[in-house]
Design a protein around this ligand. Structure first.
Ligand SMILES: C[S@@+](CC[C@H](N)C(=O)[O-])C[C@H]1O[C@@H](n2cnc3c(N)ncnc32)[C@H](O)[C@@H]1O
Length: 408
């Protein structure tokens, strides 16, 4: 049993709600982005100053990096999804707002091939051909600019994609919706978004980024993902909730980051095993990992209680998820120094009526990797899906922050 501490005022900090209203942070938020407030709380609690380095192995939309930058604390991150690395880097760059405005004033999208999107099947259904042409024209305009500006304006375009499509991100999924889109509105939406981003920069008071903040591609489970060391980790691994970021961000990925569906599928299967399509990676090792006893019992129960099609794949995902978390923590053990601290934001889940205490199991796995658990901070209790509540009754699941430190 680990020390639990309830801090329910953190409830709003562990969701993307505040991030979606905070300038620059809101240039793009992920479904499970946490907020700058959470990072600031943890930096204070750990006593982090500008002499230390913070690392985020699942950088997502770059919240940890930006919050550290506000305080002049060097921070870097990795992510397996190129779109996440791109978004984080665009947010932490320095810009001259007058320069950007000057470029936007001369915005002249020109007709270009509508085939700018990678060959990902969803695209044909997601956009009308006229909208696709407009998006392609703006994309090719962004790519005619100098590199830093090209990336800035491309993020503005990526942001509006969903609103001009027949899709909606709903929770962790992308679903089809009816959406009447006037193709003539695409350019106006893009310009409005770019103007908002430029205004954000004018109101910004951030230290100059002299290379102290950056994101790069990498796999959190891999010990060789850059050897730069850090003292602190503030991060949120994918939740064990079956959400697949390559599907949620399929439009964004297809516009700029993959040319073929095969590339997208390869990212999907190589992701952390938080969804059923991610596969075990033979190139990664998990020496020393012992599945915790209660995980073994839960996985066996889920297997016997699941519907036929889930009998194999859900228990296999659950087992794989914790094995991947072990590999991540073992790799962090090598990266951080003595006295270093880690905070992981995670949520408990339920399959076939069985609640999986992800926070407690992950705390135990952290100890296997060599860390000592300080505490599990409970940020909120979430209801489960309406479907599950109807079947199993309301039994809220915890969303927690697991904190460890490295003793030697
Ligand atoms: C919960 S999100 C992180 C959100 C982030 N804290 C924020 O505030 O935006 C989890 C991230 O993990 C990434 N991811 C999945 N598998 C990974 C892996 N094996 N290595 C590194 N990143 C991975 C996903 O692409 C996603 O961006």
């Amino acid at each position: 049993m680990y020390p639990f501490e309830e801090r329910l005022h953190y409830g709003q900090y562990v969701t993307a709600r505040l991030t979606r209203r905070t300038p620059v942070y809101d240039w793009y938020a992920f479904p499970h982005s946490f907020s700058r407030e959470l990072v600031h709380e943890l930096l204070d609690e750990f006593g982090v100053d500008s002499n230390s380095i913070v690392f985020d192995p699942f950088v997502g939309a770059g919240t940890t990096l930006l919050a550290c930058r506000e305080r002049g604390i060097p921070a870097f991150g990795i992510d397996q999804l190129p779109f996440a690395v791109f978004t984080s880097n665009v947010k932490i760059c320095n810009y001259d707002p007058d320069d950007l405005q000057h470029t936007l004033d001369r915005f002249t999208p020109s007709a270009s091939s509508p085939h700018v999107f990678g060959s990902v099947p969803i695209i044909d259904r997601a956009f009308s051909s006229e909208v696709r042409k407009r998006v392609a024209a703006i994309h090719s305009w962004t790519q005619s600019l100098r590199e830093k500006q090209a990336r800035f304006f491309l993020l503005a375009l990526l942001y509006i994609l969903e609103s001009v499509s027949q899709t909606a991100k709903s929770g962790g999924w992308l679903r089809f919706v009816e959406n009447e889109v006037d193709p003539d509105s695409v350019e106006e939406l893009f310009k409005a978004r770019a103007r908002k981003m430029i205004d954000d920069i004018r109101g910004l008071d951030m230290p100059h980024n002299r290379g102290l903040w950056y994101a790069m591609p990498g796999d959190a489970r891999c010990k060789s993902s850059s050897h730069r060391r850090a003292q602190y980790v503030i991060s949120s691994p994918p939740y064990l909730n079956r959400h697949d970021y390559t599907r949620v961000f399929a439009l964004e990925m297809a516009l700029h980051f993959v040319k073929t569906n095969r590339e997208l599928i390869s990212l999907r299967t190589n992701a952390l095993r938080s969804h059923v399509e991610a596969k075990s990676q033979t190139k990664l090792t998990h020496n020393g990992y012992q599945a915790p006893e209660r995980l073994k019992t839960l996985a066996t129960k889920i297997e016997s209680e699941s519907k036929e099609r889930d009998k194999k794949r859900i228990p296999s995902m659950v087992r794989g998820y914790f094995e991947d978390i072990y590999m991540t923590l073992a790799s962090l053990y090598e990266r951080i120094g003595r006295g270093g601290k880690i905070a992981f934001v995670l949520g408990n889940v339920r399959f076939s009526g069985m609640m999986i205490p992800v926070d407690e199991i992950v705390a135990e796995i952290g100890e296997q990797a060599g860390f000592e658990t300080d505490k599990i901070v409970v940020a909120r209790y979430r209801g489960n899906s309406a479907q599950q509540m109807a079947r199993f009754g309301r039994d809220p699941s915890r969303e927690s922050i697991i904190v460890w430190h490295k003793v030697s």
